[in-house]
Design a protein around this ligand. Structure first.
Ligand SMILES: C[S@@+](CC[C@H](N)C(=O)[O-])C[C@H]1O[C@@H](n2cnc3c(N)ncnc32)[C@H](O)[C@@H]1O
Length: 456
């Protein structure tokens, strides 16, 4: 375990702002404990920040993400110090954030304690200041023993829910620990350069001129990974649509789909539009339908297409019910970026480890099978369907595809030769599994199904 703060916290803001930042982070984590997504909770909190506190966004984000990344390690420690359970999510969140600062952030410990205690008052819990102070000071006194206890306990060290760690061990007997460690690491910020506007090399030069160091990603031509993440507003040409933020593993979708000019392409689960936009950036003459069931999320597709100067048909509809929206014209290519557990992107969404349950996996697997069956008739003979998830669980990947292939004699799996896959992915049933952290990529699954041509 090592201190992991790299940004935003070396200078502790003074007085009320520092306590208010901790209270804001606790509110975000508390909302996650009550079932909200971290992205939604932080967006709401950021929208309501005072101008003084708005300068502390990086610090708030760092504390909220860090506390959730290490939640399954920190919460047993917090609860172990309590004499009776807390019935207050925001307070438990604040204590976890306090422990996170002391064990992981490069913040002077006296400041971390003082500001976290004051944050209890900002949260209107003056009664909890004494307890907060006592717990944090006890952690400081016992830090050496606590660190030794964490190191000796696999569940505490890896900070995953027990069911998930068991699944990782079962499915990846040689790689489970590396996967869990990758899930706990900070993700890189990777950009997708809009090839219709600027070359990757020219954009990299622009970054260099702006003092931002970026490296190309082997085998993924459109991708640049920043040495140090920066807010998107600092990226040159972002508003003009020269770049988007997208992990390099996700950038393989458009490459593997390989849609050609004039082809009819369906992106069946398109929002917020990252992969759909990439398809059009690579080939603007593709006739793309970007479908999603979620009208609100489709707004993001509209915004992305507008920023990137792309034109596609954006349509709200349920991919499992094509009769409600399909015009009967077959598609040459279908991208099914299926709703999934997102277990492959835990490093970007630490709240998933609190929200996901084994029941979700079975439910999602049923949805994935249903979507495959519903979309298959929409594919032209000889057409290709690319199946994608950001999961690493076979229940959502190899298994539904094997069952689908068994049900559909007119479907066969294509071999998907691509250096990015051969260099970084495992063969997994009909497709390829990229494990999280492999070549510093997100965890993704890719498989391509080809429909038999009509026999003349
Ligand atoms: C993994 S996300 C897609 C990400 C997107 N392809 C991208 O690259 O930005 C899955 C999407 O599937 C959508 N979805 C879930 N069930 C659906 C259904 N039955 N029909 C259409 N869209 C669905 C969700 O609203 C969500 O936006």
């Amino acid at each position: 375990m090592r201190p992991e703060n790299r940004s935003g916290t070396s200078a502790i803001p003074g007085g009320r702002t520092a306590a208010a930042a901790r209270a804001a982070a606790a509110r975000a984590v508390g909302a996650v404990l009550r079932g909200r997504s971290l992205d939604a909770a932080l967006a709401e909190i950021f929208a309501a920040l005072s101008p003084a506190l708005a300068r502390e966004r990086a610090l708030i984000q760092e504390m909220a993400y860090g506390a959730l990344r290490w939640y399954f390690q920190l919460v047993p420690l917090v609860r172990g110090y309590l004499t009776k359970p807390l019935q207050d999510e925001d307070l438990e969140a604040l204590l976890v954030i306090g422990f996170y600062q002391l064990l992981y952030m490069r913040v002077a410990s006296h400041a971390a304690v003082q500001e976290t205690v004051e944050a209890a008052a900002v949260l209107n819990k003056v009664w909890a200041k004494g307890m907060t102070n006592a717990l944090l000071r006890r952690l400081l006194r016992e830090e050496t023993e606590i660190r030794a206890r964490i190191a000796a306990d696999e569940m505490l060290t890896l900070a995953h829910p027990a069911w998930l760690l068991a699944r990782l061990k079962e499915n990846y007997p040689d790689a489970w620990r590396a996967i869990a460690e990758a899930n706990n690491a900070r993700p890189p910020l990777t950009l997708r350069v809009h090839g219709g506007k600027i070359t990757c090399a020219a954009y990299r030069d622009k970054l260099t001129q702006a003092g931002i160091v970026a490296q190309p990603v082997p085998d993924v031509d459109s991708a640049l990974t920043l040495e140090t993440p920066v807010p998107v507003e600092m990226l040159p040409g972002f508003q003009a649509g020269e770049v988007s933020v997208q992990d390099a593993a996700a950038q393989l979708a458009a490459v593997l789909l390989d849609a050609r000019p004039g082809e009819r392409v369906l992106d069946a689960c398109a929002a917020p539009g990252g992969k759909a936009a990439h398809i059009l950036e690579r080939s603007p003459q593709v006739m793309l339908v970007a479908l999603d069931v979620d009208a609100l999320r489709l707004e993001r597709v509209r915004e992305n297409f507008a920023r990137l100067d792309l034109a596609g048909t954006i349509m709200q509809g349920d991919a499992a019910q094509p009769s409600a929206w399909w015009d009967g014209q077959p598609f040459d290519r279908i991208l099914l970026d299926a709703p999934c557990s997102a277990i492959g992107v835990l490093r970007r969404h630490p709240d998933i480890r609190l929200h996901r349950t084994p029941t979700d996996i079975a439910r999602l697997a049923a949805t994935q099978a249903q979507l495959l069956d519903a979309l298959w008739p929409l594919l032209a003979p000889g057409g290709k369907l690319l199946y994608v998830t950001c999961s690493i669980l076979p229940e959502e990947n190899a298994q539904p595809l094997a069952a689908f292939l068994a049900r559909h004699p007119d479907a066969r799996a294509n071999s998907l030769e691509h250096p990015a896959l051969t260099h970084t992915a495992l063969r997994a049933g009909a497709g390829f599994q990229i494990l999280p952290g492999s070549a510093n990529l997100d965890g993704f699954y890719y498989a391509q199904l080809v429909k038999s041509p009509v026999v003349p």
